[in-house]
Design a protein around this ligand. Structure first.
Ligand code: MF3
Ligand code: CO
Length: 262
């Protein structure tokens, strides 16, 4: 499948999808506290998405049973919501969500502290987020995909963390997963040349310890092999001739504003 260039009309629909998704994330963030279950978070996500007239893109995707991925501590991604899974003070939790608005997708993830967390856990959250913003310094026409990948890896590793190898970001648009694949670690070769109108979901998954992961036999949950924490940060991004535009934030939010938001 070739990498597609979106029209202004398609970009407008993706902006709208992203504006709604950002609102869903903001509402979910308010609920993060010790005692809530991952199941309750998913129910809220489903209702919010439906109330906005959107489709939860994760639900039934390859048989995935929920609208939200809730990945706690050593869970890297794709944690399945569960009535018995309770958030505890000191946990870190990543929420990954996607919506479809008028046929167009937006996909984003955030990692939050639950109550008071260790300095090291907070540093992992902050470095993971910043690695995304280091990467997108190269998300503009004329750079190559590997420029983004290299910058993410360099920032994460220079802060003493490791980059998951077995999962990557992706193009996005009329499908959640489109070409190209977007690794968060450097490749052999430069990768495709970036062009205005490409829409990419860039999503560093960063581990406190080793980069190796296990895929659990629930078919979904990915965990770190050493049991240490992992964090995830993702936005849908529009490539332009100048600064990239974030397509999974409230419309009008600049890269700078999102980077400094806490
Ligand atoms: N945001 C993730 C991704 O980019 C999650 C999708 S997995 C799903 O691949 F099954 F939950 F949809
Ligand atoms: Co994604």
């Amino acid at each position: 499948m070739a990498v597609t260039i979106k029209s202004q009309h398609e970009i407008e629909l993706m902006r709208k999808a992203g504006d709604i998704l950002a609102t869903v994330h903001d509402e979910l963030a308010k609920l993060i506290e010790p005692g809530i279950t991952s199941y309750e978070l998913d129910k809220h996500a489903y209702k919010l998405i439906k109330d906005f007239g959107c489709i939860p893109s994760f639900l039934n995707y390859n048989g995935y049973p929920a609208s939200l991925c809730v990945s706690i501590n050593d869970e890297v991604v794709h944690g399945i919501p569960n009535k018995k899974r309770v958030l505890h003070e000191g946990d870190i939790v990543s929420l990954d969500c996607g919506v479809i608005y008028n046929g167009y997708h937006s996909d984003s993830a955030r990692t939050y502290p639950v109550g008071k967390v260790s300095d090291e856990a907070q540093r992992l959250i902050d470095v993971t987020k910043q690695s995304f913003f280091e990467g997108i310094k190269f998300a503009k026409e004329g750079y190559h995909l590997n420029d983004i990948s290299k910058a993410i890896q360099k920032y994460a590793e220079s802060n003493g963390f490791s980059v998951v190898r077995d999962l990557v970001g992706h193009g996005i648009g009329t499908h959640m997963h489109e070409d190209p694949q977007i690794p968060n670690f450097k490749q052999i070769g430069r990768g495709i040349r970036l062009k205005a109108g490409m829409t990419l979901a860039i999503e560093p998954m960063i581990n406190e310890g080793v980069y190796d992961v296990w895929f659990l036999d629930d078919d979904w949950t990915v965990v770190t092999q050493d049991g240490k924490n992992s964090a995830h940060y993702e936005n849908t991004v529009l490539i332009t001739e100048g600064e990239p535009e974030l397509l999974s934030v409230r419309t009008g939010t600049t890269v700078e504003q999102e980077m400094n938001r806490r």
